[in-house]
Ligand binder design. Structure first.
Ligand SMILES: C[S@@+](CC[C@H](N)C(=O)[O-])C[C@H]1O[C@@H](n2cnc3c(N)ncnc32)[C@H](O)[C@@H]1O
Length: 213
């Protein structure tokens, strides 16, 4: 069965179907780890906006384990459409040990010990998170071109509010609208261009350089 899933209206796939786990590794996690001072870190607090099946969070936990990281990991996510991810396929071996939420349903969505998963849109989740409390953000909503409503105006001030100083965000979309939203709320964006790989967005939160919206 497919590891990815489709938006029921548009049919858009939630991942790069050629290899969703490769996308998680190279689009979302590796670009953050390249810039994160792992040696100095005693904790990583990560947030997946558009949690779906949580491939990016699981891959991040796996890759942290690969580095020998023994600090504290706290994961957050928001998924307003938990029904989109049904039915679940078998967990992929590469991340199975790092995805204890695998197979969640609407009913048991909030009860995973290692994950604070909210059945809410980002706009409704942000007020529940502490300010300056997130280090890594995976911004993984369906495309802004076809799903403009998912990119709520509250997204930009909300991200800036929860981001800790020096937080790093990654996304598969480099759309102008997304870069503008981030830049105008205190992030410095960078488009990573790599041979034989799609462009990727990486942004660092410049705490202090811009007022929190
Ligand atoms: C591209 S998929 C994410 C795939 C996911 N990261 C994974 O690993 O399976 C986008 C997800 O964002 C969710 N979504 C839609 N609108 C949202 C919003 N306003 N806030 C948060 N998530 C939203 C969708 O239901 C969908 O599951």
């Amino acid at each position: 069965m497919e590891l990815s899933f489709q938006h029921p209206r548009s049919g858009e796939w939630a991942h790069d179907c050629r290899d969703p786990l490769r996308e998680a590794r190279f689009t979302y996690v590796a670009p953050i780890m390249e810039r994160w001072a792992m040696a100095d870190a005693s904790q990583v607090r990560m947030l997946e906006v558009g949690f779906g099946r949580g491939l990016n969070t699981a891959m991040a936990c796996r890759m942290l384990a690969e580095t020998g990281f023994d600090g504290e990991i706290t994961s957050y996510g928001c998924e307003p459409n938990p029904q989109f991810v049904q039915p679940w396929p078998a967990p992929p071996a590469e991340i199975e040990a790092h995805a204890p939420w695998w197979g969640y349903t609407v009913e048991d969505l909030p009860i995973h010990a290692d994950l604070h998963l909210y059945p809410l849109s980002a706009a409704h989740m942000f007020p529940l998170l502490a300010a300056n409390s997130i280090d890594w953000i995976f911004l993984d909503l369906f495309s802004p071109a076809k799903h403009a409503d998912d990119w709520q105006p509250e997204l930009w001030p909300g991200l800036a509010n929860v981001a800790a100083p020096g937080a790093i965000l990654t996304s598969y979309t480099c759309a102008r609208r997304v870069r503008d939203g981030l830049e105008q709320s205190g992030w410095r964006c960078e488009v990573l261009r790599r041979p034989n790989y799609r462009d990727t967005l990486r942004a660092r939160f410049l705490a202090g350089d811009a007022p929190k919206p």
